[in-house]
Design a protein around this ligand. Sequence first.
Ligand code: FES
Length: 247
Amino acid sequence: MAQHARAGQFLILRLHEAGERIPLTISAVREDAVRVIFMTVGKTTEELATLRAGDRITDVVGPLGKPSEIANYGTCCVIGGGVGIASTPPIAKELKDAGNHVIGIIGARSADLLILEDEMREICDELYITTDDGSKGVHGFASDVLKKLLEERTLDRVWIIGPAIMMKVTSGVTVPYNVKTYVSLNPIMVDGTGMCGSCRVTVGGETKFACVDGPEFDAHQVDFNELMQRQRIYTAQEKVSLERFAE
Ligand code: FES
């Protein structure tokens, strides 16, 4: 996986035979390892967080999905929100290596939830930080910084990775400037190979499977409301599962 993974791709892991399969973006590639970063939001991630170095999981499949469309575009902006920041270094790095001027914007609710600042600072030509509560960087959202950048200069491509609502709002900023904008979608996935249909999303009025057709899509074509509604389908079951695990 370390030899083949490209920016924008993900893996699916399963902790044990009875475990669910969860997709996580590949956040970095080392010589003989890949890195994923996760947030404890439900039963599987809570259980994953109990593992220690040297522990094993049942299986991991990847790299999955199409790589980011990297080329020399000119000036590119890579935006990460919350745990979505985990996906930004490989994209920023490949864009940089392709000769782009890379601007990074990373934002979180508060300073303690901000990750990979040093790594992104090293890769990007410019880095902006935002926090919702003003505890670090610009007090506000990544979309505020993006808006200001677009007022001042030309951006040739924008990538946005974060919670669906953040991607919806932030990609709306680039619409009037007609800047091609990519988002990495995070629907529920099962097999990750285009067979189950659980990851289906509507892009440009067409049904796409995020696992094989994406996960990156043209942000201006994505039906974010449907994505958010489908992400909530199993909220009740997820709650019960987490409660049982906590008992
Ligand atoms: Fe099953 Fe995409 S996860 S089709």
